[in-house]
Design a protein around this ligand. Sequence first.
Ligand code: ADP
Ligand code: MG
Length: 375
Amino acid sequence: PQGQTSVLPSSPRLLVLLNPYGGTGEALHLFQKHVTPMLMEADINFTLLVTEGPNQARELVRDEDLSRWDLIVVMAGDGLMFEVINGLMERPDWMDAIKKPLAILPGGSGNALAASINHYIGHQQVMGTKLLVNCAFVLCKGQPYPLDLVSLTTSSEKRLFSFLSLAWGFISDVDIESEKYRFMGSVRFSVGTFVRLTALRTYRGRLSYVKASTSTETISDSNRPTLDNSHSELQPNVAGKELDDSLLSPLDQPVPSHWTVVPEDQFALVLAVYLSHLGADMFTAPMVKSLGEGSIHLFYATSRISRGSLLKLFLSMEKGTHLETEIPHLTHVPVTAFRIEPLHNTGIMTVDGECIPCGPIQGQIHRGLASVISI
Ligand code: ADP
Ligand code: MG
């Protein structure tokens, strides 16, 4: 990386974590064909580690001497990035560890972070090899920017850190059911959507949130690199050694009185998303213009939404035009915290596309807690 503001050394040491199983299973081949030549051209040294199974990357970054690396690169889908972020947050020195710059190269079927960065830097929405080459360029030329994380708490008291989304209902079902169409690559999500549409379900529970303040503050400040530690908004809200979720009350107690509780209790889908894209061709939150804006975009559809509306929603999401006309029974609200309390703890939810058991869960945003390479 070049330029006066870059913090990365002129010959950074890269640890590349690659999931050979992501997407259609071609990540290693794609890395060697498209990324290796660019890194060599840019004179960037890297160590490639091909993961052998789930959680290996998470454990590795949890125990690794991070001073050995200037940058951790994830060549996979969002699932491996989720592992890396949670591994960093599980360290006793998480406060420093989570500042280690991360980079994404799309090598899975769900490449939301790669697609979002590609969008923020002004590139056209592309998929496959084109997206990979764009991201490899970002890796060679970019610098660290703040990345928001949402801290999620479940009743098991286990905390998870999410950079992309939490889904319950229609979308999480599609995420998991489409696993069997993995050989199709990202098309698996469209196929899964149509299959799910024929068997629409209702999910009962309570949804509450804290509305984001409608301040007119510009978001251009969030465009500055993470390095500017004097910028107070980029400081994590730290109490002692634990990251403090100041907006949340314990899950077994009612939400604080200033929260909004949604009056309806039957949903077709609930989605909290913090990046513009939910997948390479899913431009779900077009109102998100850059990294580190500090908002959760909460979407929910009550069970009164029609099949036709849901179909229209997912078809127009590819271009991001789904919010241009109002869709009956679909609501979008920017929030800083939310809670979902399902009536029945059956089924699943997904965090960043990864499956977790369905149950009460709440989360709040931590602006710019992590660091990711962009331009
Ligand atoms: P995709 O976008 O195709 O789902 P991901 O990178 O999200 O690709 O990975 C999917 C899952 O694969 C994640 O849960 C991750 O933990 C897991 N995983 C990582 N390495 C391996 C491996 N070597 N074999 C099998 N699964 C793996
Ligand atoms: Mg995934």
